[in-house]
Design a protein around this ligand. Structure first.
Ligand SMILES: *[C@@H]1O[C@H](CO)[C@@H](O)[C@H](O)[C@H]1NC(C)=O
Ligand SMILES: *[C@@H]1O[C@H](CO)[C@@H](O)[C@H](O)[C@H]1NC(C)=O
Ligand SMILES: *[C@@H]1O[C@H](CO)[C@@H](O)[C@H](O)[C@H]1NC(C)=O
Ligand SMILES: *[C@@H]1O[C@H](CO)[C@@H](O)[C@H](O)[C@H]1NC(C)=O
Ligand SMILES: *[C@@H]1O[C@H](CO)[C@@H](O)[C@H](O)[C@H]1NC(C)=O
Length: 229
């Protein structure tokens, strides 16, 4: 092989390796970029800062603010740091999701402790990659907000094919829109709706019956009625 074709071959291989790595885990390398700047001893485990991955994502400022307000950024990071533990899966609503009804009205008036359980409701107490979630079919699953006895704050996960993973809460059906981060003990997925549990907001009013009398439709943008529980 002459020098020129050897050069071409090496370039090809180098490019192939670079594009492979880029394809394999673009978000992971993004999220750990700043750590990479200060080389750590090889033995030190990778620090998977999930809040950082959300910052880089660029469209999760409301969710990040809630994580910080409730100090769950630290609590959940402690779990993510425990590489021997079950890990964590986080569903992060985009900023646009927080603007949508009913979330935009229901969230106006929640207490600090409700804020905490609301964010806990957006995390599963187990690391799941997207390929794990793809096996879901009507999987009614506990969240980090669910109590020790397995009560309350459930989500219903269903993979409907074509990359569509539905996450049903009592008020909303969210879809995973993208993987924000996936590492060894924590994964973060973007969702297009805020997950709203009955334990905080009650159940939504049933849809009006089709044979309702000819009363004028509600004109105000008042929030849906929450039944007494
Ligand atoms: C993790 O990332 C967040 C957001 O960039 C940052 O505020 C925080 O200091 C980081 N945590 C650590 C321990 O580096
Ligand atoms: C997680 O681990 C990193 C790296 O060891 C550390 O800087 C950070 O403080 C840890 N965060 C928590 C909440 O334990
Ligand atoms: C918000 O909560 C306060 C205290 O519980 C209550 O008095 C007020 O009516 C609520 N406002 C709305 C818009 O629900
Ligand atoms: C349901 O989801 C949970 C994650 O919260 C997972 O641990 C479990 O394996 C799933 N079950 C099935 C049958 O897919
Ligand atoms: C879970 O969601 C699926 C469709 O997404 C639905 O068919 C099923 O009834 C739901 N199950 C429960 C227990 O909510």
């Amino acid at each position: 092989m002459d020098r020129f074709s050897f050069f071409k071959l090496s370039m090809f291989l180098a490019l192939a390796i670079v594009s492979r790595q880029a394809g394999a885990a673009p978000k992971a390398s993004l999220a750990t970029f700043s750590e990479a700047a200060a080389p750590a001893p090889a033995s030190e485990p990778l620090f998977e800062n999930f809040t950082q991955s959300l910052v880089y994502g660029g469209e999760y400022s409301t969710f990040i603010q809630l994580l910080v307000d409730t100090k769950l950024d630290v609590t959940l990071q402690t779990i993510a740091n425990d590489t021997e533990g079950p890990g964590l899966t986080i569903f992060a609503p985009t900023d646009a999701a927080f603007e949508l009804k009913p979330a935009s009205s229901l969230l106006q008036n929640i207490t600090e402790s409700q804020k905490t359980t609301l964010i806990e409701y957006h995390a599963l107490s187990k690391y799941q990659a997207f390929k794990d979630l793809q096996n879901s079919k009507n999987n009614v699953t506990s969240t980090y907000a669910t109590d020790q006895n397995g009560g309350g704050y459930k989500l219903n996960l269903t993979f409907t094919g074509h990359g569509r993973l539905e996450i049903k809460s009592d008020w909303t059906t969210a879809l995973i829109s993208t993987t924000v981060y996936t590492g060894n003990s924590v994964s973060v997925f973007a969702i297009d709706q805020v997950l709203l549990p009955r334990e905080i907001f009650g159940l939504p009013a049933p849809p009006p019956s089709p044979k309702a009398p000819a009363s004028p439709p509600p004109t105000s943008s008042s929030p849906p009625k929450i039944p007494e529980t």
